[in-house]
Write a protein that binds this ligand. Sequence first.
Ligand SMILES: [Zn+2]
Length: 316
Amino acid sequence: MIAEVKTLSGYKYCEKTFQNSISCVGVGVHSGKKANLTFKPAPVGTGIEFHRVDITDKNNVIPAKYSAVADTRMCSCIANADGVSVGTIEHLMGALHGFGITNAIIEVDGPEVPILDGSAEDYITLFECAGVREQEAPLKVVRILKEVCFDDGKGASACLYPAEKGLSIDFMIDFKQSKAIGRQEYSIDVNYKTFKNDIAYARTFGFAKEVEMLRSMRLARGGTLENAIVVEGDTVLNPTGLRSENEFVVHKVLDAVGDLYQLGMPVIGHFSGVKSGHMHTNELLRKLMADETAYEIITMDEAEKLSLKTVQTKVA
Ligand SMILES: [Zn+2]
């Protein structure tokens, strides 16, 4: 998750923002509304902030924090105390996490972030065009110290475990109702390279029979075969098929990378998801942060020293 950099300030790992602003435009998968999105550089300590520029009579700033998550029915939606919200931030958050952006202001002129092609690939392209600027502050991380799990009692769970370095994820899904998905497992060490090459491409997915129900809930109104994998029974309806055999479970990993970044900093730990979704990850993060013995916030430089010590002890 964390790209190594040489910084002027003497820290091996530092906070980062965009070099330049960059914009895109697209449709929200649930609202069906067109939205303009602009990524802007931000000073040290800002974190990731959404600014609803179409709202001028209320506080329009929404920090991308787990504690601001308001709705996890079909996506991650965050809201501030004035009830101003922005939805479907998870793929964008995954790309920021994968790309190592610590501070950014994201202006959006509607209630939902564009879905683009349903994956995080377009964000990576945008971020590469905008460029990265190193900042004069050490990168902080959340280091997991003990196992924390959220189990919904219905067979789905999301857990975090201590790990020596970086973020690793394993995920299992089991869709008995469709042979097109079935049971899939995937595990990966998450860093800039693996995020870009092995995770970012995976598109969101849904079932054709759910579309009518979702539309009655005012959801999925912008969903098409251009921005989601749509499954009907045992068949994938998209004429171009899947981007990989296990695209479904890889997309769940992308969602987890995005949702975990709502901690406000990278994680040193192992995440394990079993049939879990946005709600499970959010409950897990709330449980983690409520237990001060379960984590520590340190600089990445310190975390690396600790992991080196562990390795040396093992060798000895
Ligand atoms: Zn997703």
